[in-house]
Design a protein around this ligand. Structure first.
Ligand code: 5AD
Ligand code: SF4
Length: 441
C-alpha cells in the first residue's frame, strides 16, 4: 500500500525549508504527499519554540491526533520534529503525555527521517533521534519546493549571538556556513529547474563565512556570485543582524542588479539600555546610521523589522524610545512580538518581568503606530507601475493573482494563471495596510 504524508510546519522560513527537504526525501523514497492532513497516513509536525504560544499551539494540535492514532495503531504514523525537540523538557512531556508519538526527530538530523521510518516499520519500535549538536553539514538533500519559481537556499545554520531572550542558539546550535561552491552549485541547479528568485537563509546571514577553494568568502562575496548566475532574476536574504551589516554588503545594492531593494533588519528595541540588556551589541545610533546608509543607496529601499515589546525591565520611557525609533525609520512593515519567557535563556530568570496588561497595552500602541506608517508607505505606490513576480492565484481570492514587488509588497491583480512565475508590469490602483491592488499593464 502506498504511504501518504502530510507535514504541518510551525515557525520561520528555516523550518519551512526543513519541511521542504523532509518532503523531498520522502517523495524520493516513494511516499506520496497528501493534500490534507486527514488524508495522510503519516503526519509530521515540524515545530517552533521561539515563543511560548508556538509551544502551546503545537501540543494542542498534536492532541487532536490521539484518537486517530489509538484507533488506527500501526496504520497511522505520527512524527514530530523541529526546534522544540531540541529541548529536554519537551521530550519528557512527549514521553509522559503523548507516548503514542512514533518518531521524534531533532533539528540537526532531519536527513535521518527516511531511515527512522524504515526502522519504525521494520522493528516496530518507536524512534527517537535528537542530536545535541550540529555535525557536518549534509549536502545534496532533495527538496520539494512550494513554488516552481522561488526557492529557499540555506547558507548558514545555527546562531552564535545569544540574544538574552532567544532560544535559537540552544535549539539550532552554533553557527556553521556552507561552502560557497556548494551553495552556488545548488542555485545553478535551481535556475536550470525554473527558479527565478532565491531567498538565502540563515539566522544571521551577515556573518556568513564560507570556506571556498580560493579562501574565505563573506556574505557580500556570496551575493555578488549569486548575482552572476544566469536565470536567477531576484535575490533576497533573511535574516540580518545589525551588528554584522557591513558597508561591503550595502555596496552590493549599488552593484548587483538582481538584489531586491528590501531589507529586513530586526531592531528588537529602541532603547539603548534595553538593547544592551538584550545583548544585541549595537545601539540606537548605530542602527539609525545603517538605515541612513541603506536609504542613501536607494531612498525607496523598503525596510522591515522585528520588535519585542515588554522585555524584562522595559520602562515606559524605553518603550517610547521604540515608538520614536519606528517613527524615525518609517518601516514598511514590522513583526511585533510580546516578550515571551523561554526556559534556559538569561532573560527568563530576570526578576523585573513586565505584567501582561502592560505588555498588551504597549503592543497595541506599537501596532497602531506601525500600521499607520505601513498604510502611508503603501498609499505612495498608487499610480506607480511596478514589476511583480507572479506567484499564481491569490491565497485569499482565487479569482485574482498575487505576487511581490522587488520591495516585497504584496500585489493582487487580475490576469491569466499562466503568468505564474513570470515578471509582469502592474499599475497600482489602490492600497491597503498590508497589500496593494493593481492592474496588468
Ligand atoms: N519573545 C518574543 N519574541 C521573540 N523573538 C525571539 N525570541 C523571542 C522571545 N523570547 C522574536 C525576535 C526575533 C523574531 C524571529 O522573534 O524579534 O527577531
Ligand atoms: Fe536569536 Fe539573536 Fe540569534 Fe536572532 S541573532 S536567532 S534573535 S540569538
Amino acid at each position: 500500500m502506498s504511504k501518504t504524508f502530510f507535514i504541518q510546519t510551525f515557525g520561520c522560513q528555516m523550518n519551512e525549508h526543513d519541511s521542504e527537504i523532509m518532503a523531498g526525501m520522502l517523495i524520493e523514497k516513494g511516499y506520496e504527499p497528501a493534500k490534507e492532513r486527514k488524508d495522510a497516513n503519516i503526519v509530521i509536525f515540524n515545530t517552533c519554540s521561539i515563543r511560548d504560544n508556538a509551544d502551546k499551539r503545537f501540543f494542542g494540535t498534536l492532541g487532536q491526533l490521539k484518537k486517530k492514532k489509538i484507533a488506527e495503531g500501526e496504520n497511522f504514523t505520527v512524527c514530530v520534529s523541529g526546534c522544540m525537540m531540541q529541548q529536554q523538557h519537551v521530550i519528557d512531556t512527549l514521553k509522559a503525555k503523548y507516548p503514542w508519538v512514533d518518531v521524534i526527530l531533532g533539528t540537526h538530523n532531519i536527513h535521518e527521517l527516511p531511515t527512522l521510518l524504515d526502522n519504525l516499520y521494520n522493528e516496530k519500535e518507536k524512534q527517537l533521534s535528537v542530536w545535541p549538536e550540529g555535525g557536518d553539514i549534509v549536502e545534496g538533500l532533495p527538496s520539494k519546493r512550494l513554488y516552481k519559481h522561488k526557492a529557499y537556499v540555506n547558507i548558514t545554520f545555527g546562531c552564535n549571538n545569544f540574544c538574552a531572550y532567544c532560544i535559537v542558539p540552544y535549539t539550532r546550535g552554533r553557527e556553521r556556513s556552507r561552502c560557497p561552491e556548494d551553495i552556488l552549485a545548488e542555485i545553478k541547479r535551481l535556475a536550470d529547474d525554473g527558479v527565478r528568485e532565491v531567498m538565502l537563509l540563515g539566522q544571521n546571514v551577515n556573518s556568513y563565512k564560507g570556506q571556498g577553494k580560493d579562501g574565505l568568502w563573506d556574505f557580500s562575496d556570496l551575493v555578488r556570485a549569486v548575482n552572476d548566475i544566469e536565470g536567477i532574476e531576484r535575490i533576497r536574504f533573511m535574516t540580518s543582524h545589525p551588528k554584522d551589516l557591513s558597508d561591503k554588503l550595502i555596496d552590493c545594492f549599488r552593484d548587483c542588479s538582481k538584489l531586491c531593494h528590501y531589507f529586513h533588519l530586526p531592531v528588537q528595541a529602541g532603547s539603548d539600555d534595553v538593547l544592551k540588556r538584550m545583548n544585541r551589541r549595537y545601539d540606537r545610533a548605530r542602527y539609525l546610521e545603517l538605515v541612513r546608509k541603506l536609504r542613501e543607496v536607494d531612498p525607496d529601499m523598503a525596510i522591515s523589522t522585528d520588535i519585542i515589546v515588554g522585555f524584562p525591565g522595559e520602562t515606559e520611557e524605553d518603550f517610547q524610545d521604540t515608538l520614536d525609533l519606528c517613527d524615525e525609520v518609517g518601516y514598511d512593515s514590522a513583526f511585533t512580538f510580546l516578550y515571551s519567557k523561554r526556559k534556559g535563556t538569561p532573560a527568563a530568570i530576570a526578576e523585573d518581568q513586565i505584567p501582561d496588561e502592560i505588555k498588551h497595552e504597549r503592543f497595541n500602541r506599537l501596532c497602531d503606530s506601525i500600521n499607520s506608517v505601513s498604510q502611508a508607505k503603501n498609499a505612495a505606490y498608487v499610480g506607480r507601475t511596478v514589476t511583480v513576480l507572479c506567484d499564481g492565484p491569490s491565497r485569499r481570492n482565487s479569482h485574482k493573482l498575487s505576487g511581490r514587488t522587488d520591495t516585497f509588497k504584496l500585489v493582487n491583480f487580475t490576469g491569466d494563471p499562466e503568468l505564474q512565475g513570470k515578471l509582469v508590469k502592474v499599475r497600482i490602483t489602490s492600497s491597503n495596510t498590508f497589500s496593494l491592488e493593481g492592474e496588468l499593464v
